[in-house]
Design a protein around this ligand. Structure first.
Ligand SMILES: [Zn+2]
Length: 399
């Protein structure tokens, strides 16, 4: 358990972060200017190294974990010391290193324009990484870093749904009391207190090619079969339950006068609860297993990669702490539900009080207009540092 921060401590945190603001912006510039897209393992490693150095300076021990696909993740730990050690809150910090911008994209650098900063990953989520750094530094400055048991995971594959880091995050989260994810804040300024679950499916239909004029009856039309599958998949959408199925891409065939041998589509699924996750997963597989056109067959890969994060008492409690701390600091902040998934879904699904959207306030992420309100980096850092100092375990009824 920590001791709630007194006003002098809060003032020191606030003035420390204000004084260091330019340094934080420079750090953000460097992270953003280091491309860390899917096609750029060296860039991701460079971002990882920047985080690694930061943690070591604060006395964390760090470990690099290599995974297939040239994915390297960073785990940083710091044990509590002194009299507070026995009851030190076990905090998990989450922040991915990758962005959706490949090294070949035309959007590669940090730009500042008044209150705004733009750049690839400036919101999602290098801005969040700098918020995290600023908050930890401020806690070190007021000599309260030792009050906590820290564990941070920085993965390199979040933008592709964390296939090589999910198990690591879940293993690291097992003994954690609370989890903080530093994804970009909502454009409204709100934090995130729940997220939809997210699934992805790839459907590939195999048919039989034949000349459309001479041998049409010998063919098995993969596009016609896929069209039937797509219609049935689309019908799984149920707005009342918050379930959406989006067939987002479709390709197939080779020539107008050839019965198409292949057709494929990609499907995005959003669900609000685990019963829906199960219903949709079973239905998608059943639809693809049936023969829609004689002589065709479909293969489906994928699944629900991120479990839904439903609001629950523990995460509501944590969200309330942040909102109340904000009020005390004169920072107006709310917490919202959102349809996008993140790594916070994993910790929340394990029942760990989780909050997300702690990164700066931003908009149009994943586009070449991605931008943040630059001042909100410092504001979020103050909010995080002071909220953590106010953490006490939830009453049993809310745990
Ligand atoms: Zn992100």
């Amino acid at each position: 358990m920590t001791t709630a921060p007194d006003q002098a401590t809060i003032d020191q945190i606030v003035s420390y972060i204000d004084r260091r603001e330019d340094a934080f912006v420079e750090r953000l510039r460097k992270l953003v200017d280091t491309n860390s897209g899917l096609d750029n393992p060296d860039g991701r490693l460079d971002c990882l190294a920047q985080m690694d150095r930061f943690y070591r300076l604060l006395g964390f021990t760090t470990e690099r974990l290599e995974r297939p696909g040239e994915m390297v993740h960073l785990v940083a730990r710091r044990a509590p010391t002194g009299s507070a050690a026995a009851n030190a809150p076990k905090v998990m910090l989450l922040g991915h290193l990758d962005t959706v911008f490949d090294s070949t994209s035309g959007f590669l650098s940090f730009q500042r324009a008044g209150e705004w900063a733009t750049g690839p990953g400036v919101g999602d989520m290098k801005g969040g990484l700098v918020v995290l750094q600023a908050a930890l530094e401020a806690l070190a400055h007021v000599r309260r870093l030792d009050d906590f048991d820290w564990l941070a995971v920085h993965n390199a594959d979040e933008e592709i749904q964390s296939p090589t880091s999910r198990e690591l995050i879940e293993r690291c989260a097992i003994d954690r009391e609370l989890a903080l994810d530093f994804e970009v804040g909502r454009a409204s300024g709100a934090l995130v207190r729940s997220r939809a679950g997210v699934g992805r499916y790839f459907v590939q239909v195999h048919g039989r090619a034949a000349h459309s004029g001479m041998h049409h009856a010998d063919g098995a039309n993969a596009i016609v079969a896929l069209a039937a599958i797509v219609a049935e998949l689309a019908d799984l959408t149920d707005y009342d339950r918050g379930t959406t199925i989006n067939v987002g891409t479709i390709t197939g065939g080779s020539k107008r006068n050839i019965v198409p041998e292949e057709a494929r589509c990609e499907v995005d699924v959003r669900i609000r609860d685990s019963a829906e996750a199960e219903r949709v997963d079973v239905a998608v597989k059943a639809i693809c297993a049936r023969e829609h056109v004689p002589g065709t067959s479909a293969e489906v890969v994928g699944g629900i990669g991120r479990p839904p994060w439903r609001p629950f008492a523990g995460s509501e409690y944590l969200a309330r702490l942040f909102v109340e701390t904000g009020t005390a600091l004169g920072i107006e902040v709310t917490a919202e539900d959102t349809g996008g998934g993140s790594d916070a879904n994993f910790t929340a699904a394990m029942g760990i009080p989780t909050i997300d959207g702690l990164g700066p306030i931003g908009e149009e992420v994943h586009t070449d207009r991605e931008r943040i309100q630059l001042w909100s980096v410092a504001e979020r850092a103050k909010l995080v540092a002071c909220s953590l100092l106010g953490w006490t375990p939830p009453p049993v009824a809310e745990a």
